[in-house]
Design a protein around this ligand. Structure first.
Ligand code: ATP
Length: 603
């Protein structure tokens, strides 16, 4: 609750406007209620006899006297101006109700915008380890659904609390003025209502949290089946996925019905408690009238005040419901915000100066999961402009090794240097801007071909984009697209073939022109002809930079300056192709498996 108030009060300007408007609403309501008296005594005074009787009696309250004086209206004219005043007061009340509601909605939406922006800014900066654990659906649900509930709590429930609290205080003051003993009694028994209210709140909070978890599950299923729709179809799992979804919506439905039960019950229950309090006051009041402690008129006013308290109590209890449901949402948002990114710039980090590309791994050890290391004592050096190939069986640790160079993860032991500088001492931005990466999973964005090639770069000339596209053998297929470089490529590049996507990813890395290039299975999706063409282009590009290549097709790495053979997280062999072929180690074995005819010839 404190957190919710804190986020609400962060929007001081709009909150102040809402507050001021609410005060005017109260003032207009007060005048409106007061106007009932002259309406009855002046407007509806039909008979002259009644008129003289009425004029003898005090006809206006002090507040209305002030109003008439302010408007310079004499007592005789009240009757003729009353309808206009009434319309003006209703208009004023409506205007300020509109303003206060609008301001609170602005507060809610501003709070939510800031929160969503912070949340996304925080998530996007998280390290890879975070994304390994978090599910997309859960994060999406926090960013959308949870944040929306917080907005509702701020814009409607907080508005109710502010408005109704004012009215409640005014009524309470009125009650104490009329009979403080009776008011005290009412106050003593009122806490009776607090106990069930607290119980309702607890249950709502607990059930609200369960509902949000179920919502996250729903988002997870949605995300997985929409992005993986082809596999779902290929395995004819539509019915299975639908059943899973129906089960999930049924769970969500059940929890929401439970929530509806609790929240729908709370208002009438609170009203009932209010009724019991009212009956008790009536009972005590009648005794006090009999004992001449209070006049019947004052008691009627007192009872009216109690009656009028129902509405604010009811709305406050409803606001409490909304808030109790929003608190778990705020907790879930805070949970994300409180996880600091594991990999951050050190306070002393400085930008990595332009490098030659001299990379050293010094006794590097790493585990994704504590206690289950995947790299042991990896020790090697890549000189500037060398091409280093990483070879090994699937799961040996090749991609992991490369991930450490870009600092997607950090080694548990040892260190990595570029040109003698420890990569943990420099800023992530400057490090990554000098590394070009083409990964196994080709990640393209739902944008045009041009913007995908120029991703992360600003003000790139058309010539450079086309040169990169030509080097990566994609210019020809791009100009064949209906809109050429302006053609949208669909979500994750879905409107292109896998090979075309891979070539775009290579063009993107080439355009960046980095001193260090990483090609992780970068040509695996290409046919032999495209691969041969790209290899030639890549060979030219690789001459000027330090390149790491991971490839299962050993033909692509024969010419590498050094080949590191990785087995179960260790470098077991290292050297150029010919040297490794001379040994009868793992490399030779892998090679002979892929090229049995070479093996025959060498015998
Ligand atoms: P491939 O040739 O199949 O791509 P690889 O040699 O690149 O394999 P890595 O991806 O580096 O292998 O994986 C090395 C080991 O680390 C594997 O046993 C894998 O299960 C494990 N691993 C990889 N990524 C993660 C992760 N995000 N969390 C936990 N374990 C992981």
């Amino acid at each position: 609750m404190f957190q919710l108030l804190k986020v609400t009060f962060s929007e001081k300007k709009w909150l102040f406007l809402a507050f001021a408007s609410t005060l005017f609403v109260s003032l207009f309501t007060y005048i409106f209620v007061d106007l009932v008296q002259p309406i009855v005594d002046d407007m509806l005074r039909l008979a002259p006899a009644a008129a003289s009787a009425a004029s003898a009696a005090p006809t206006t309250t002090r507040a209305l006297d002030l109003l008439w004086n302010f408007l310079r209206i004499s007592r005789q004219n009240i009757r003729s101006v009353l309808p206009f005043v009434l319309v003006a007061v209703i208009f004023g009340k409506g205007l300020f109700t509109f303003l206060s509601s609008l301001c609170m909605k602005v507060v809610g939406n501003r709070v939510v915008k800031t929160m969503r922006d912070d949340l996304y800014g925080h998530i996007i900066r998280q390290s890879s380890a975070y994304f390994d654990q978090a599910t997309t659906g859960d994060l999406m649900s926090r960013l959308t659904n949870d944040v929306d509930r917080i907005r509702d709590a701020v814009s409607s429930a907080m508005a109710d609390i502010i408005e109704e609290a004012f009215i409640l205080v005014a009524l309470l003051v009125g009650m104490f003025v009329k009979d403080w003993t009776l008011a005290l009694m009412a106050l003593v028994i009122m806490p009776l209502a607090i106990v069930p209210l607290a119980a309702f709140s607890r249950r709502l909070k607990r059930t609200g949290r369960q509902a949000q978890l179920k919502m996250s599950e729903l988002y997870d299923i949605l995300h997985e089946t929409i992005t993986g729709n082809r596999i779902v179809k290929a395995f004819t799992m539509e019915a299975f996925e639908l059943r899973k979804f129906l089960k999930s919506t049924a769970n969500y439905y059940r929890i929401n019905i439970r929530l509806s039960w609790i929240s729908s019950l709370s208002s009438p229950f609170m009203e009932f408690i209010g009724g019991v309090v009212g009956a008790f006051i009536l009972f005590i009041g009648s005794k006090r009238i009999a004992q001449n402690h209070i006049s019947p008129g004052d008691f009627a006013a007192f009872a009216t005040a109690i009656f009028y308290m129902f509405q604010p109590i009811k709305r406050l209890s409803r606001a409490n419901n909304v808030i109790q449901q929003a608190i778990p949402c705020l907790d879930r948002v805070q949970e994300v915000l409180q996880v600091p990114p594991q990999i951050q710039d050190k306070p002393t980090a400085y930008p990595l100066p332009p490098v030659q590309g001299h990379v050293r791994f010094e006794k590097v050890g790493f585990a994704y999961v504590p206690g289950r290391p995947v790299l042991f004592d990896v020790d090697f050096e890549a000189l500037p402009r060398q091409t280093v190939a990483l070879v090994g069986l699937s799961g040996a640790g090749k991609s992991t090794l490369i991930n450490l160079l870009s600092r997607f993860y950090e080694p548990d032991r040892g260190r990595i240097t570029i040109d003698g500088i420890d990569i943990t001492d420099v800023t992530l931005l400057s490090l990554r801007s000098q590394i070009g990466l083409v990964t196994q999973d080709i990640v393209l964005f739902n944008d045009t071909v041009r913007n995908n090639i120029a991703y992360g770069l600003e003000n790139v000339s058309e010539d450079r984009i086309q040169a990169a596209a030509k080097a990566a053998e994609c210019h020809r297929f791009i100009i064949d697209l209906p809109l050429g470089y302006d053609a949208p490529i669909g979500e994750r590049g879905g409107q292109l073939s896998r090979g075309q996507r891979q070539r775009l990813a290579i063009a993107r890395a080439l355009l960046k022109n980095p001193p260090i290039l990483i090609l992780d299975e970068a040509t695996s999706a290409l046919d032999s002809e495209s691969e041969r063409l790209i290899q030639a282009a890549l060979a030219a590009v690789m001459r000027d930079r330090t390149t790491f290549i991971i490839a299962h097709r050993l033909s692509t790495i024969r010419s590498a300056d050094r080949i590191l053979v990785i087995d179960k997280g260790r470098i077991v062999e290292s050297g150029p192709h010919d040297e490794l072929m001379g040994k009868s180690g793992l490399y030779r074995k892998l090679h002979d498996l892929q090229f049995p005819e070479d093996e025959e010839n060498s015998r």
